[in-house]
Design a protein around this ligand. Sequence first.
Ligand code: NAP
Length: 198
Amino acid sequence: MRARLGVMGGTFDPIHYGHLVAAEEALHQFELDQVVFVPTGDPWMKEHAVVSPAEDRYLMTVIATASDAKFRVSRMEIDREGPTYTVDTLRDLRTELRATTDLFFVTGADAMLEIFQWKDPAELFELAHLIAATRPGYDLEAFTANTPQGHPDVTVMQVPALAISSTDIRARVAAGRPIRYLLPEGVTTYIEKAGLYR
Ligand code: NAP
């Protein structure tokens, strides 16, 4: 019997209900046994953007997923030195896990569109099945056009709750607007206590 592990990659700055619904949908659609959330360490493609400290993003992800027995959080990208590359994460998981475990890497469609600029993209397709999560209405043609012949297609998974976005939540906090009901209450409390996004 093969095991099926979802790997949810993201900056999670902050994690919100869109991410949680996407992980739950992947569990269901791809009959996964578990989903491991992997907050990025040093997101190299964002070197000019301000990203909250990895430890804050990790703790918010732990808080958000604590009540779900099928969700867990890994520190592997945070603890690995140097820039974060997904291929290193999937290689490490491949080494750690039995050969009978299949990997399903889930992230946002906008991030996945740039996959051919990531490190060793061809190997990514060998290591895991790729799932691009997006909100309904996203231009899927742009996605298909970017998937070269010869590679198995990336599966696009539409998740209405992905209308929620971390960028919007950060802007709301900065402007003093409400964020309640967009993300778990414990994460809201963490944001307040740590003084994030002000
Ligand atoms: P991003 O540019 O911050 O996000 C792009 C879009 O995808 C945003 O709309 C974002 O929404 C959404 N998104 C991000 N993660 C998601 C998830 N798990 N589920 C659903 N939607 C998600 O992307 P990023 O967070 O920096 O990177 C995403 C993943 O790609 C990470 O695991 C990262 O390590 C990987 N990546 C790898 C390389 C590489 O190996 N060289 C390069 C770039 C990215 P929110 O802002 O609301 O999350």
